[in-house]
Design a protein around this ligand. Structure first.
Ligand SMILES: [Zn+2]
Length: 98
């Protein structure tokens, strides 16, 4: 059977069933290997105010937030892009499913 993608859209390999996660944008349930995981640092202070405070030498608290997104939401927000047909066969290091 011809495959659209080498990894069949996931990165679980042959390990069978796996955990289900919920998309943080739309709430859709999807397998963990199919979800897009984003981790970024977040400061609780307003960005403009944070810059002023940093210039004065203040140290602001910073913590990391991890989010899971479904493919539709990740494409809509511009985190991943739709690739042309030949490029889909290549395995990408970070987002293997595309
Ligand atoms: Zn979603």
């Amino acid at each position: 059977m011809p495959k659209k993608r080498k990894s069949r859209g996931r990165h679980k390999g042959g390990k069978g069933k796996e955990d289900i996660v919920q998309c943080d944008e739309c709430g859709a349930l999807l397998p963990r290997s199919k979800a897009v995981k984003i981790t970024k640092p977040v400061t609780p202070v307003d960005p403009q105010l944070a810059k002023e405070l940093r210039d004065k030498g203040a140290i602001l608290p910073q913590y990391t937030v991890t989010k899971y997104l479904c493919l539709r939401c990740a494409i809509h927000r511009g985190i991943i892009k739709i690739r042309p047909e030949e490029e889909r066969k290549k395995v990408k290091m970070r987002f293997e499913f595309f």
